[in-house]
Ligand binder design. Sequence first.
Ligand code: URA
Length: 209
Amino acid sequence: MAKVQVFNHPLVQHKLSILRDENTGIKSFRELVEEITMLMTYEVTRDFPTQAIDIQTPVATARAQIIFGKKVAIVPILRAGLGMVNGILKLIPAARVGHIGLYRDEETLRPVEYFCKLPNDINEREVIVVDPMLATGGSAAAAIGFLKDRGIPHIKFMCLIAAPEGIAAVHEDHPDVDIYTAAVDSHLDEKGYIIPGLGDAGDRLFGTK
Ligand code: URA
C-alpha cells in the first residue's frame, strides 16, 4: 500500500493555519498556497536519485551530486490545482505542466473528463498531480485513473488538506500512488466540504463565490 505523508513541520503548519483563517485575504492566500506547496516539494522529491559529477570550484575539483535523469510533470486538477503549480516550478523550473479538468455527471454522479492537455513525453516523467483539497477523492481518483489510462507509470498526489474519506478513496482505486498532504482533517460535511478545512479553495484563490 502506498504511503500517506503528512507534513508536521512547524513552518508548514504555521502557514496552513493562516491559510485556513477566513480573514486571510486573496493575496496572502495565493502566496501561502504557493509557499506550502514549495515546502512540500522538498519531501515529494526526496526519492529522486542523484548522480555524482566532477565540478571545478574556484579552489579545487569537487565530486558533487546532481539529480539524475528525473523529468517531472505537474498536473493540476482544474481549477484549484492551478494555485499549487508555481510552488513546484520555483524548485523544478524545467518541469512540464499538463492540465486536467473534470465535471460530475448529474445523472451518473461520476467524474467526466472535459479537458486534458498533457506534455508529449509525459510517460517518461515523474508525474505530480496537485489539488489543494482531497475531499471525497472522486476527482483525484478519476484524474489519476485517466492519466494511468494513457500509460503514465509514476504518479504522486499532492494536496494541502485531506479528508480521511478522500485518502481512503484514492488508496482504494490506486494503492500504488503516494499521497502527500499538509493535514488530515476530521470529516466531510453533507455538502462535501472538508471540516474544519478552509472553505472552497478555488473560490478563495480566484476571488469567486
Ligand atoms: N473542495 C474545496 O475547495 N473545499 C472543500 O472543503 C472540499 C472540496
